[in-house]
Structures are given as C-alpha cells and as structure tokens.
Design a protein around this ligand. Sequence first.
Ligand code: GTP
Ligand code: MG
Length: 273
Amino acid sequence: MDTNVQKKRESKKSLRIKVISLGNAEVGKSCIIKRYCEKRFVPKYLATIGIDYGVTKVQVRDREIKVNIFDMAGHPFFYEVRNEFYKDSQGVILVYDVGLRESFDALDSWLTEMKQEMGSQANMESIIFVVCANKVDLTKRRVVDESEGRLWAESRGFQYFETSAQSGEGISEMFQAFFSSITDMCENGGKRPNPEVSIGFTKEQADTIRRIRNSKDSWDMLGVKPGATREEVNKAYRKLAVLLHPDKCVAPGSEDAFKAVVNARTSLLKNIK
Ligand code: GTP
Ligand code: MG
C-alpha cells in the first residue's frame, strides 16, 4: 500500500487527548484515576502536590486514544501551580464527595476558576465534562443524594456517575463513557451535543428544582413574600405546577419538588383567611 495512504489511515485512527481532574481536596480524584489505571485503591490520604501527570492508552471503537491525564491538587494552596494546566483540555472529570456537601457546592467555583484561567480560549462547549459523585460506598455518611447530583450535572449537559474508588463501582463505566464522548466530539468537529435535546428537560426546570430544595420556608418555596394573599399564593403555585408536573417534567427530583410545592401551598392556604 502507498505509505502516505497508510499514514493517513493510521493518523485517523489514533488520537491524542488531554484530560484533567477537578474538585476539592480529598474528594478522591487521584484514587479514581489510580483505580482505573492501576486497578487498586490506597486508603491512606496522600495529597497531590500541585499536579500529577500520567499517560494511558485506551481503545474507542477502531481508534487508539493516547490520554494525557493531569490530576490536579484540590487544595487552594496549589492554585498557582494548577492554573497553568487548564488550557487545551478536551475532557474534565469533576469530583465531589457525597458525604461532604461543601465539596458538591464547590463544583460551580471549580468551573469558574477553569473559565477564568482559560481566558479568551474558554470555549466550554468544546470540552466534555463528567461528574463523579464519589465515595458512594460510605452510605451512612451520605448527604448529597443521587437526584441532586444528577440534576446539577445533567442540566449543564454533563454526564453523571455514582462512583467509588474504594470498591470500583462506576469507575470503568465513567471512563468508558468519558473517552467515547470525547472521541465523538473530536469526530464531530469539536462540539458536544446540545444538552436540552439530549436530556429532555430545560435549565429553567433544573434551576427551579434546585431553588425549591434550598428554600427556607413555604413562602420562599413558592417565591412569594411572607404575608402574600391567597390569590398570590395560588398564582405562584399554578406557575410552578405547570413547570414541574411529573407528566411534563422528567428532570431528576421533579416529583419530590412537585410534592413539596403542593404541600407548601396547602400549609400556606390553611393560615391565610
Ligand atoms: P487532593 O489531591 O488533595 O486534591 O485530593 P484527592 O481528591 O486526589 O483525594 P485522594 O484521591 O487522595 O483521596 C482522599 C482520601 O479519600 C483518601 O484517604 C482515599 O483513600 C479516600 N477515598 C478516595 N476515594 C474513595 C472512595 O470512593 N471511598 C472511600 N471510602 N474512600 C475514598
Ligand atoms: Mg489528588
């Protein structure tokens, strides 16, 4: 065969990508990578100092993918070291610990840090994100449930996985889906699919469910001022009911949010003359 043709075919088949791990210190980023690459788990905490770098090869369909993994330190102390490594990533593994709410709440600020550091190069549409709800083996200390994590991830077009670096649950599924999505994106001109088309619910629905979960009382849940009239309560209720009715809304947690709204309305109306 003509050597040029052969070279061309080989270069179509092989692909080089860069992926990074992000999330608070001690959530299990390094252990997830170690579980996948070395098939083992280290119970002792060894904080990543700045950054760890590794290379692995994976097969996706007929392509060989060379993966450069940059495992970031989560501790704020290493910000200066970390910030240089955001650029040119095709994939990001976002990790939180299901037993630590602050590590889940911090995901937004990790995205902000990344956007800031990428500067004018920031094109988040050309990056595949996966979210790992890690340490699911520690069921007794779990405080962030699946629907809450899934909602945060899927409303942004990110895939969500429940993982345990300790038991291995979800790890190979996550990496397989991650590398295959990156390959799809590279083959499709570097754009990931529109999340609303693929997930079937809107950002407004996702944001409303999150707001309802975090509301401090029934007034707040319905989005009306304390002391509102029956009409105001009913109007707010109807708007939320249309948005979240289980027949219409498939977002994770929508059923619970809908029930909470019904209960909030009932309890408010009881006390309004
Ligand atoms: P930094 O490098 O400091 O950012 O932390 P990291 O996110 O890389 O955390 P690391 O992987 O070092 O894990 C932190 C601690 O959590 C270690 O003691 C691990 O053994 C433990 N750990 C990680 N994943 C799991 C898990 O899935 N289950 C349990 N039970 N422990 C885990
Ligand atoms: Mg680490």
